[in-house]
Design a protein around this ligand. Structure first.
Ligand code: GDD
Ligand code: MN
Length: 363
């Protein structure tokens, strides 16, 4: 018996709650790729709808189908990175698992890469012949356009659809990008093109973005916050991590909550100290929840891990506050300006809290 031949192409498909779409998708890929030597890697984040079970069943029937299953983690970009890293084929394609990406253009997308005539091929909704009518509504259209403009403003090369999640690349280009990928959010193509050398050969292939039939979109306001954080990180050369930018923004929300709640307490007749205590307590709780839902969306604390996490967060914040006030006081005593001293204290407080959050709370 002869051994099966290794794949020339790995198709990475990130999935979260796409159970109904798996079988039609595999069928579409079989039709589209025919006798090319391909494999599919589904990357599933332990979807509650049983997506993984369906992939397992299909994998038992066809060895070209593989599953990477991540438990306790979430995230489209990191799923794509890990799926690509789990394979060795010289060309990697990435496609959504919800049938919105038209698999019939796969061949046009990957052929120039297989023949080494290009390094990255992007399926674009915004070149002649492409179409984005599958976006759910006008609001999504507007958001998509705004995102494209923002992304284009930091891109070193022209690209009509940097927000596309449908693309292919030669493994060599992917390897060049890997060390600088943050893996946060939805926009992995954008991160990759921001991370490859200027000599990378890039082509675009038109495609029609289809409306979603089964399941629902996972794009949420949180994903948009992550997108802005990622753009800021890349915009300032990568020295400020996305997570820190989001953490600091959440901290500002906490300050606003604190002011608001203590004002309300004052109107309700509380004395100054009581107002401060209530305001601070609610602000810390709000910060903890926001961080759990946004900043650490990829590894939220749930169930039994929630309360211990909150306790460490509170203790950390209390120690941070002492340090924050101490530094501000010290600077003020050495004749620094009032506002400069308190700004320095605040910066130290944020950095401290971030260090505690990232190492002890959301490990
Ligand atoms: N493993 C994993 N983990 N997969 C995920 C996750 C996650 O946390 N979140 C989303 N996915 C999968 C979905 O199951 C789907 O297969 C694909 O990623 C895209 O997610 P959708 O929720 O369908 O996103 P969309 O349709 O709003 O956004 C798409 O359109 C954008 C262009 O407007 C995506 O294709 C984007 O990549 C694309 O840029
Ligand atoms: Mn979709």
């Amino acid at each position: 018996m002869s051994l099966p031949l290794p794949a020339d192409l790995t198709l990475v498909i990130p999935c979260y709650n796409e159970a109904e779409n798996v079988v039609p998708l595999i069928e579409g890929v079989r039709q589209a790729l025919g006798l090319l030597r391909w494999e599919i890697v589904f990357v599933d984040d332990d979807s509650p709808d049983g997506t993984a079970r369906i992939v397992e069943r299909e994998a038992q029937r066809d060895p070209r189908i593989r599953l990477v299953r991540r438990v306790g983690r979430r995230g489209l970009s990191s799923a794509v990175i890990e799926g690509a890293l789990s394979s060795t084929a010289p060309v990697i394609a990435v496609m959504d698992g919800d049938l919105q990406h038209d698999e019939s253009i796969l061949r046009d997308l990957v052929t120039p890469l297989l023949e080494n005539r290009a390094d990255v091929a992007v399926a674009s909704r915004h070149v002649e012949g492409g179409d984005s009518s599958g976006l759910a509504n006008r609001w999504r259209h507007m958001l998509s356009q705004a995102g494209i403009r923002l992304a284009q403003s930091i891109l070193p090369m022209p690209l009509s659809d940097p927000m596309s999640g449908f693309f292919a690349m030669r493994r060599a280009s992917f390897e060049q990008a890997v060390p600088s990928l943050t893996g946060t959010g939805f926009k992995i193509l954008l991160e990759i093109v921001l991370s490859v050398p200027g000599t990378t050969r890039l082509i675009e292939v038109p495609f029609v973005f289809r409306p979603r039939v089964a399941g629902e979109s996972k794009l949420s306001p949180l994903v948009m916050v992550q997108f802005l954080g990622m753009l800021i990180e890349r915009g300032c050369g990568g020295w400020l991590p996305t997570r820190f930018i989001i953490f600091a923004a959440v901290g500002l929300v906490g300050v606003a909550v604190n002011l608001l709640v203590s004002e309300i307490a004052r109107f309700a007749g509380a004395d100054f100290a009581t107002g401060q205590i209530i305001g601070t307590a609610i602000a810390i709780l709000a910060n903890f929840q926001l961080n759990n839902r946004i900043t650490y969306l990829d590894r939220p604390l749930r169930g039994k891990r929630w309360l211990p996490g909150l306790l460490i967060f509170v203790i950390g914040a209390a120690i941070g506050a002492v340090g924050n006030i101490g530094v501000a006081q010290l600077l003020y005593d050495t004749h620094a300006h009032w506002s400069h001293a308190s700004a320095a204290g605040a910066v130290i407080g944020v950095v401290w809290n971030y260090a505690i959050a990232s190492t002890l709370v959301w490990r």
